[in-house]
Design a protein around this ligand. Structure first.
Ligand SMILES: *Cc1c(COP(=O)(O)O)cnc(C)c1O
Length: 357
């Protein structure tokens, strides 16, 4: 199979080789060094402000989203949240569950966020802003300069879900004045699923210290205390953390985060050029390098997913819910090459020849 989904994605040979090793005992200085190196490289790649800290949580990206809400927001906050698809909806449900007052900015699928969406909330006493920088469900990549300008003017605390865009599109936490950055192990980090990564600015650390988190496992005060010695309070996904270490060093050795972003961007551009003439429409107004969301004009998107899987040995990424038959996505994350895209496009052309699309 060739995997063009948005996660889990294909891992490099070195990441897979690490996955084949025995999982070591971890209350050791050697494992602490791995954790410190992971922290250092994540902060570097996220361009985190001085004094930021990183926490590695065992759980998928959604665990990172919930941990952020539970540890940095409270019922005295007034939050604005962008809801342009299923990941925006997840933030909305978390805010409701944890009783954080909020207002939702709802966007139709595929639509970009514009200044007029934010203007009504200027100077209205909001304290926090939550956004999925890349709404992976619809493939819309939001304008972070626009959001950051609004948040700076209004002194908002900013939580950014970068799960599918970290390492795939530019992100400068310091310049954007973002306070929490969330990512996960199985998207552009291209490791197995199971670890969520949080980068916390000094302002976020202040909020964590004042919060009373009513959950032991995801209490960031406990996690941060342990991370001072490169450890976690509970047994973490040791094997995945070691694979993350291999992967971060691999990116660093290959020229750093800018090189990796350019590599993924190059694959996305190559694919988008090659599908010209096929009966697909790109449905997002503002694309990320991570994913190309496609609407097949002639058939059900889900049927394309099934036929690709069963007849061509290729996974494209289906959509759920109302978009199931309308949109499928082609990812550009993980260990993929131009030759892989040539095979994918050849499969689409073969389908076209046979009259399936
Ligand atoms: C994948 C993803 C998540 C996390 O999903 P999990 O299934 O919990 O890993 C969160 N936000 C965005 C934007 C994502 O793409």
């Amino acid at each position: 199979m060739i995997n063009f989904t948005v996660g889990p994605v294909q891992s490099s040979d070195s990441v897979r080789a690490m996955g084949a090793e025995q999982v070591p005992y971890f209350r050791t200085s050697e494992f602490s060094e791995v954790m410190f190196e992971n922290e250092r490289l994540v902060k570097k790649f996220a361009k985190a402000p001085d004094g930021s800290k990183v926490v590695f949580i065992t759980g998928s990206g959604s665990a990172g989203m919930e941990t952020s809400v539970m540890n940095t927001l409270n019922p005295q906050d007034k939050a604005l949240v962008v809801n342009g698809g299923s990941f925006g909806q997840r933030f909305v449900e978390l805010l409701r569950l944890h009783k954080i007052p909020y207002t939702e900015i709802r966007l139709k699928p595929g639509k970009a966020l514009r200044a007029e969406h934010l203007a009504p909330y200027e100077g209205k006493g909001y304290t926090a802003f939550l956004v999925n920088k890349h709404e992976t469900s619809t493939g819309v990549h939001y304008d972070m300069d626009l959001i950051s300008g609004f948040c700076k003017r209004n002194s908002l605390f900013v939580i950014v879900d970068c799960v599918s865009t970290f390492l795939a599109d530019p992100f400068d936490m310091r310049e954007l004045a973002a306070d929490v950055m969330i990512t996960g192990s199985q998207k552009a980090l291209a490791c197995p699923p199971g670890v969520s990564v949080l980068v916390l600015s000094p302002k976020a650390l202040g909020r964590v210290n004042e919060a009373s988190c009513v959950c032991q496992y995801f209490d960031l005060k406990i996690a941060l205390k342990n991370m001072e010695r490169g450890q976690t309070p509970w047994t973490p996904a040791v094997g995945i953390l070691r694979q993350i270490n291999v992967r971060l060093k691999e990116i660093e050795d290959n020229g750093g985060v800018e090189k990796e972003i350019a590599r993924i961007g190059g694959l996305a551009a190559y694919f988008r050029e090659k599908i010209k003439g096929l009966p697909f429409e790109i449905v997002s107004e503002s694309l990320s390098n991570a994913v190309t969301p496609l609407h097949p004009v002639t058939v059900s998107a889900y049927d394309i997913f099934l036929r690709m899987k069963d007849e061509y040995g290729i996974w494209v990424c289906p959509n759920g819910g109302e978009m199931k038959d309308l949109i499928f996505r082609v990812g550009h994350l993980g260990d993929l090459t131009k030759e892989d895209y040539d095979k994918l496009v050849a499969a689409f052309r073969d389908m076209q020849k046979k009259g399936f699309i």
